[in-house]
Ligand binder design. Structure first.
Ligand code: ADP
Ligand code: MG
Length: 425
């Protein structure tokens, strides 16, 4: 995959209309619709401000949540969930769409930019067309939720063409929605067939740092993998075995590895279907000369709860009535020492159940070790990023990827449709 893509700096946008795909998929309060965290809107400001300063007219767009644009499909899904078919009215469905309108986003974006943000009542309909046609250089508008259009998630070429058409014959497409680049949708990839396409600053940084670490890392490259399941990280483990010098495994997935190696793991998270796979990975690491570090001691608990009392056991000998919840002190020491020698560290997946204070110590210790090294440190994955931020180490890392699913697919070495569609440097 080529990570060397043209950016907004490589193209003249003065006097042109720019269709800008952002990731404004913000969390909202269920009852009031108020935005509970505007981090994603703030993250888009540098690219928006740059485009406006350059004299572009900005037509911003994003999806928000998961609206179901077809009433019939919505009713069918609700019925499958056991809802009473008589209660599934058009009015109810419309309410679900209303709740995912872009009004709060437009309002917040306007406050942050200190200027008016014109909101279109549709995505490519008459209102969006009229407002886009009237938009002047230095002005910004926002389209309605792109997922209100049935063609969005199907990457329908007609929809993509209509969206591109809003920017006119001299239009430009700028993508800055890293959180959505792993999806081939009309607004994230399809439009690039009809407009010259470049990245904004957010995607530029992701490609430069994550892409750089995968393509040409400062060595040794140490990958730390954790989280809950082996099965959700297979692609990541597999790809990193091809490029890393060392792989460290922690979190819930470590117990499937321990069991595969003949250990007793009690009631720990275990994926029996993946035991052979774990042994294959251990063999592949040996064959490739990649050092593989597994936990040697584990903080265990009788039940999965915040109040459970932590008890230390060897990872290979967890009692039958206990489950592994976090890495132990010997493991923390070994993992931290390995991190000290790294040139680059890529970390995905917490080392334990960090949501419970009693079992957050392993994740905190690893975050601290990363914060203290001179190595390039990259955090990928939604929960890992949340853990690092919550523990106060965010500004000590070289880069925290902004996309959960997208950063995982990036680490899997997969082609990202929203990146592949951009012009090469
Ligand atoms: P990311 O979002 O960073 O990719 P994952 O979603 O794979 O990470 O995993 C995060 C989850 O893994 C957390 O909710 C954490 O509680 C869980 N986890 C970590 N260690 C364990 C464990 N030993 N047992 C059960 N769950 C665990
Ligand atoms: Mg997660």
């Amino acid at each position: 995959m080529n990570y060397n893509k043209k950016t907004v700096k490589d193209i003249d946008v003065k006097g042109r209309k720019v269709l800008l795909r952002c990731d404004f998929n913000v969390p909202q309060d269920k009852a009031t619709g108020a935005i509970t965290d505007d981090k994603r809107i703030r993250a888009a400001l540098p690219t928006i401000q740059y485009l406006l300063d350059q004299g572009a007219a900005v037509i911003a767009c994003s999806h928000l949540g998961k609206p179901e644009p077809s009433f019939d499909k919505w009713a069918k899904k609700q019925a499958e969930k056991g809802k009473d078919p008589a209660s599934l009215t058009k009015e109810k469905w419309e309410k679900t769409l209303e709740a995912l309108c872009m009004e709060p986003v437009a309002k917040r974006l306007g406050e942050l930019l200190g200027r008016d943000v014109v909101l279109a009542g549709d995505v490519v309909g008459p209102d969006a067309q009229a407002k886009a046609a009237a938009l002047q250089p230095g002005e910004i508008m926002l389209l309605q939720n792109t997922r209100f259009e049935k063609g969005e998630t199907k990457n329908d070429p007609e929809l993509a063409k209509a969206m591109a058409g809003l920017a006119g014959a001299d239009g430009v497409y700028v993508s800055d929605a890293f959180g959505a680049v792993h999806r081939a949708h009309a607004s994230t990839a399809g439009v690039a067939a009809y407009l010259p396409a470049v990245s904004g600053f957010l995607i530029e940084k992701e490609l430069e740092i994550m892409g750089g670490a995968l393509a040409d890392p400062k060595r040794p490259l140490v990958a730390i993998l954790g989280g809950s399941k082996v099965s959700s990280k297979i692609g990541v483990i597999n790809h990193l075995l091809d490029i890393a010098d060392m792989i460290i495994i922690g979190g819930g997935m470590a117990y499937t590895f321990a069991k595969a190696q003949g250990g007793s793991v009690g009631t720990s998270l275990l994926e029996s279907d993946w035991l052979d796979y774990c042994n294959e990975m251990i063999a592949k690491a040996k064959e490739k000369g990649v050092k593989l570090l597994l936990p040697v001691d584990t903080l265990c608990a009788k039940e999965f709860s915040a109040e459970a009392e932590p008890v230390l056991h060897d990872t290979m000998a967890i009692p039958g009535d206990m489950m592994g919840m976090d890495i132990g002190p010997k493991t923390i020491e070994a993992f931290s020492a390995a991190i000290q020698g790294a040139g680059t560290v890529i970390w995905n997946g917490p080392m334990g159940v960090f949501e419970f204070a009693n079992f957050a110590g392993g994740t905190r210790a690893i975050a601290q070790a990363l914060a203290g090294t001179d190595a390039i440190t990259i955090i990928g994955g939604g929960d890992s990023a949340a853990a690092v931020a919550q523990m106060g180490f965010a500004d000590k890392m070289t880069h925290i990827s902004t996309g959960g699913g997208a950063s995982l697919e990036f680490l899997e070495g997969k082609e990202l449709p929203g990146v592949a569609c951009l012009l090469d440097q």
